[in-house]
Ligand binder design. Sequence first.
Ligand SMILES: Nc1ncnc2c1ncn2[C@@H]1O[C@H](COP(=O)(O)OP(=O)(O)OP(=O)(O)O)[C@@H](O)[C@H]1O
Ligand SMILES: O=C(O)[C@@H](O)C(=O)CO
Length: 416
Amino acid sequence: MLLGCIGDDFTGSSDLGNTLAREGMRVVQYTGVPDGPADDDVEAGVIALKTRSIPPAEAVRQSLAALAWLRDQGCEQIVFKYCSTFDSTPEGNIGPVAEALADALEADKVIVCPAFPGTGRSVYQGHLFVRDRLLSESGMESHPLNPMTDPDIRRWLARQTRLEVGHIAAPTVLAGPSPIAAALEAEHQAGRRLIVVDALRDADLRAIGEAAAGLPLITGGSGIALGLPTNFARRGLLGHGGRAWTGQPGPCVALSGSCSNATRGQVARHAARYPTFEVVAGDVMAGRVTPEGLAETLLAAEGLPLAYSSADPQTVAAAQAEFGREAVAAALEGFFATLAARLVEGGVTRLVTAGGETSGAIVEGLALTTLEIGPEIDPGVPALRAGPALTVALKSGNFGAEDFFEKAATVLAGDA
Ligand SMILES: Nc1ncnc2c1ncn2[C@@H]1O[C@H](COP(=O)(O)OP(=O)(O)OP(=O)(O)O)[C@@H](O)[C@H]1O
Ligand SMILES: O=C(O)[C@@H](O)C(=O)CO
């Protein structure tokens, strides 16, 4: 294994796997730290953790355990993947995890770059944009778990870490790999170890990737990995891409716990065409709806049924005020995990999930240990094979076109 990756959630990990596979690496995504060694032909291993919204010390512990396994597999470079909208709170977990990994790897120039131009995320003058809006005006300011209220990621990150935060601005990035490498060195000499790097286009990310050849640790969204496979290919270290991926016929169900603007649009579109069932937070908290009962309904439904708890910010805020933010999130995630298990037991062979936390709970609930990365459904979302009779798509909240659920069902079937 050449490249070792640690993702702070499951959808984000498959987003990174998608980028690396598209760029020619043979990639496997693991759920948590594997018990045994990786297969010999794996070139990039992505360990998917669910550390985005847990206490920082626990996120650090799990990330260091992942690092130890990846080093045992021989990885010479590590990527720490977090969200392209920099999902975190003033406590963490991006800063604490990056800092711990940097210490363990003795990394003194650590790139921090959440840019993902393919989905409209760019970093300019240290500020994160989602298309033409600042992060803090993009809808992310009302995220259920980590409201992003400051678009200056240098300032946001500085609240999370003891390390000095540096910056490389767009003019240097546009000048190419050598000036970027020189600027990284200058930031290091100035004592700034976590270095936010501007990036507007894929070409910028490829240049940053080239400048990062040989760095032990790189952090960012999946875009930061765009240029890394070429570094290995140049040295003749890559084989010929992934194994052949095949789709899976059979029943398909979509489950959504994401409350992002994009997912709510996808749910609304889907509801106009297919059987759609709302999971109301208060009903779950009061036990008025059970995963077993809903599974039966979904299994009996025609077409491509969808169950969702996705709701607008006012509805989410009201549920959180009544039951507590963590309690309602845990109850809904547990509900979807059990629901998914009942659906697969009932014969579902294609499962589409929306929302990082939600998808993580479902993958854990189904005890899926390795995921083979398949074709891209929409930017950042690949089809995944989870076992001999199960394919899944784990959609990050804000990703995907309006008809994502339908599109995913088609690609999972191998029909695209
Ligand atoms: N109706 C609701 N009321 C309160 N909380 C909800 C509701 N629906 C979902 N949630 C919780 O909100 C959180 C949504 O996070 P999740 O990561 O699944 O989606 P997302 O943030 O849109 O996706 P991503 O992390 O990929 O951007 C989950 O913990 C979920 O349980
Ligand atoms: O980077 C992103 O936006 C996604 O891969 C993700 O991590 C959302 O959960």
